[in-house]
Write a new protein. Structure first.
Length: 94
C-alpha cells in the first residue's frame, strides 16, 4: 500500500473531523481504525468503503458481524453459539 490516508481513531472527535475534510474533498481513506466503537466503525466503512478497517481484538467479532452479509452472519452466529452440531443433526433428519 502506497499513499492514501489512514485515519486512526476514526470514530473519535479528531477522526470524525478528518473524515469531514475527506468528505468535503470527495476523497476516501484507505484505512479506518477504532478502539471500541464497532457500530460507528461499521457505519464509516459502509460510507467510505476503505481497503481495510482495524479494531481492537475484543471488538473484532462484533465488527465482523456488523459488516457481514446475511449468509455470513448465520455462520458467525453458529460459531458464537456453538450450534453447528445441531445444524448437522437437523440436516441429517430432513
Amino acid at each position: 500500500m502506497t499513499g492514501g490516508v489512514v485515519v486512526l481513531g476514526a470514530t473519535g472527535s479528531v477522526g470524525r473531523q478528518a473524515l469531514d475534510v475527506l468528505r468535503a474533498r470527495g476523497e476516501r481513506p484507505r484505512v479506518l481504525t477504532a478502539h471500541r466503537d464497532a457500530a460507528g466503525l461499521a457505519a464509516l466503512c459502509r460510507e467510505f468503503l476503505p481497503e481495510a478497517c482495524v479494531i481492537a481484538d475484543e471488538k473484532y467479532n462484533e465488527l465482523k458481524l456488523l459488516l457481514a452479509d446475511t449468509k455470513s452472519r448465520q455462520g458467525i452466529f453458529r460459531e458464537i453459539f456453538k450450534t453447528r452440531y445441531y445444524m448437522t443433526f437437523q440436516d441429517r433428519i430432513k
